[in-house]
Design a protein around this ligand. Structure first.
Ligand code: PGA
Length: 241
């Protein structure tokens, strides 16, 4: 895993956006794997600006989001669908039919949903460039500690720590979903290129263990050491070594 340490969150966000933009220009039909959470907000802001000011063209790109809560319909304000529209999709020229997100609406056939999500990734030719954050507990997407490195898209239970961190976005702790649909670790490792983003001192320990510690299912992000083309973009605060 290559590690690139940037001085601050702003530079991290700019660097990540430039990396995506370069890949888009090299392959206009790029297939992107996209994260949510607080870390990528700056990257999305920069990509929106590059679209507006530099005509960065998303019209042929395809996107696959990494996860979504179970129990929130796509129009729920704290769903990841809503996050993506608010911070990215509504502000760039991406074609609606090229946007893919797991659907966690209650009552849908989740088994069929997870299978068809993997199939859609395959039909798109696989993910070219996958951007992912890291949890303080080492999760990537919603693959919590103990997730199999062979895992694919599925429904998972969220760790208490993950639920507590999500609490700020919901009106009550009881309202935070306990389960989610996430791409698996194998799905992530199948991407041709992976960018891990980490900002802030709360992530420093997880980043160090992910990049230098033993490769173990107890530390999901350590799976990235098994991939030949990963770059971790950190800010100074997230660096421990
Ligand atoms: P964050 O989440 O960007 O909101 O810190 C990252 C993650 O938990 O994967």
């Amino acid at each position: 895993m290559r590690v690139l340490v940037t001085p601050d969150y702003q530079t991290l966000s700019q660097t990540a956006a430039e990396l995506v933009a370069r890949a888009m220009r090299a392959k206009p039909g790029l297939v992107l794997g996209l994260p949510t959470g607080s870390t990528p907000l700056g990257m999305y802001g920069n990509l929106v600006r590059m679209h507006r000011d530099l005509h960065l063209d998303f019209s042929r790109a395809q996107t696959f989001n990494l996860d979504e809560y179970v129990g929130l319909a796509p129009d729920h304000p704290t769903s990841y669908h809503a996050y993506m529209r608010r911070h990215f999709f509504d502000h760039v020229n991406i074609a609606v039919e090229n946007i893919h997100m797991p659907n966690g609406t209650l009552g849908i056939d989740v088994d069929a949903e997870t299978k068809s999500y993997e199939q859609a990734i395959e039909d798109a030719g696989g993910i070219d460039l996958l951007i992912v954050g890291i949890g303080a507990n080492g999760h990537i997407a919603f693959n919590e500690p103990g997730s199999s490195f062979a895992s694919r898209t599925r429904v998972v239970n969220l760790e208490p720590e993950t639920i507590a961190n999500a609490r700020q976005h919901f009106s009550s702790e009881a309202g935070v979903p306990r389960t989610a649909i996430t791409v698996g670790i194998r799905t992530i490792l199948d991407a041709r290129r992976i960018v891990l983003l980490a900002s802030g001192a709360l992530k420093a320990d997880a980043v160090e263990r992910a990049s230098r510690g033993p490769v173990s299912e107890a530390m999901p992000a350590s799976a990235l050491q098994l991939h030949p083309n990963v770059i971790a973009i950190l800010d100074e605060a997230a660096r421990r070594f």
